[in-house]
Design a protein around this ligand. Sequence first.
Ligand code: DX5
Ligand code: ZN
Length: 215
Amino acid sequence: MALIAPSLLSANFLNLQQDCNMLNESQADWFHLDVMDGRFVPNISFGPMLVSFFRKATTKYCDVHLMIEEPERFADAFKDAGADSLTVHLEACRHLHRNIQQIKSLDMHCGVAINPHTPVESLTDILGDIDLVCMMSVNPGFGGQSFIPHTIHKIKHLRKLIDEAGLNVKIEVDGGVTLQNAGEIIAAGADVLVAGNTVFKSNDPSATIASLKKI
Ligand code: DX5
Ligand code: ZN
């Protein structure tokens, strides 16, 4: 059974309390919080201040996805905001190993995200140092995009690498996850499904989370 991590990027920002309450009462496992800087990705979302409000609104695990350049400048701020994990982009880190050490030294779980064009092999030498790989199945920056089918091959490949090395690294799939493709994504080896539009644009978000959870 996969963990379900609704992305608050698709929530109603004029009534976040209501969406947080819905998630708290639902079978959602994690809050997925998408931070964008307008540099690494062509969009701006929110920063540590809003993460600290989400922290107060839930006891669920806060999974913070940093789509920002130089994430080392903000690791402390997100720790203070109450993040349980920080995921940085391999493409945004000049010294990725140093970023990973920094996040671990702050006692948070550490994830590394890879864009659709980044080969799974580029993770080989840091897989043993991290808790999660966030496999982008769309180009990062926006909710509501279509799943890139080639991602299925990348998930299978990464699953093989993790299992052969006997590691305990979760595979999170982020972007374009729907009730229709979730089965294939889980079968390929995903542990965590991020879902923004599929959850928040549905008629009954809580029931949609329950349906994702059943797959
Ligand atoms: C995209 C973000 C995703 C996004 C997913 O850059 O990282 O987390 O919110 O949204 P959906 O599920 O709508 O593709
Ligand atoms: Zn994300």
